[in-house]
Design a protein around this ligand. Structure first.
Ligand code: APR
Length: 228
């Protein structure tokens, strides 16, 4: 089976009703990114940061995988698919994708701010995390999210996965955030690279662009790939 890596961003989940970051009306237009998604913001006002992610988690619990997520699962019949996502939602997993690597953390996990940074699942029945919610060792819990200015622990694993693939597909990311955006450069030279996005994304020329939303675009991609 050919290997196919899918690099996804916020646009992958847009049809599930989850806001993107940089589109008009996106999250970073409504919230000051430095206050809710940086270590400095956390130091300054942890309650505000927790509230921002509590809202994201609530929105996620009210959302479902869309047709695009489901089609990527279907494509596992034909390809050995590995998803590398910048998204912190769990919609790929809930759709049934078998291999998903989260570059920027996961909304449904929290971690200790103490030494060791242990990670815990968030209880779906009590999805809010507040100041004063502690890990068993007594340290405040924080979102298990990679904030701006923090290292991306999974980047090397992701680069290795991208370097092995026979086909690369990029879906719903503005490719503005590094190091994630740089992953594209780890693909072997000459392999087919597809980009699905309804808007223009700056990327080099030898990419097959499908200018459509995720679910329609993946449908078109499937037709192309299965006729290959
Ligand atoms: N289908 C596919 N793509 C879409 C759709 C859709 N229905 N709707 C919007 N898009 C595209 C937009 O055109 C844009 O190119 O999704 C992309 C979203 O870009 P961003 O909002 O910048 O999101 P992303 O690239 O995932 O952001 C990267 O930045 O804020 C951080 O950590 C956060 O993981 C995030 C990272």
């Amino acid at each position: 089976m050919k290997k196919l890596v899918v690099l996804t961003g916020a646009g992958m989940s847009a049809e599930s009703g989850i806001s993107t970051f940089r589109d008009a009306g996106g999250l970073w237009e409504k919230y000051p990114v430095e206050e809710v998604a940086t270590p400095e913001g956390w130091q300054k006002n942890p309650a505000l940061v927790l509230d921002f992610y509590n809202q994201r988690r609530k929105q996620l619990l009210d959302s479902k995988p869309n047709e695009g997520h489901k089609q990527l699962v279907e494509l596992e019949k034909y390809f050995d698919i590995h998803i590398v996502t910048q998204n912190v939602d769990n919609l790929h997993e809930r759709a049934g994708s078998s291999k998903v690597l989260h570059l920027h953390g996961e909304l449904m996990k929290v971690r200790s701010t103490g030494y060791g940074q242990e990670v815990f699942d968030v209880d779906k029945a009590k999805p809010e995390i507040n100041v004063g919610d502690l890990c068993p060792k007594g340290y405040q819990l924080r979102p298990h999210i990679v904030w701006f200015g923090e290292s991306v622990p999974e980047i090397e694993n992701a680069a290795e996965i991208v370097s092995q693939t026979d086909v690369l597909v990029i879906i719903g990311t503005s490719l503005q955030v590094y190091p994630a955006a740089g992953l594209v450069n780890y693909a072997k030279r000459g392999i087919p690279v597809f980009l699905i996005d309804p808007n223009e994304v700056a990327v080099n020329n030898d990419v097959h662009i499908i200018r459509k939303g995720a679910s329609e675009g993946i449908w078109e991609l499937a037709k192309i790939l299965l006729e290959l």
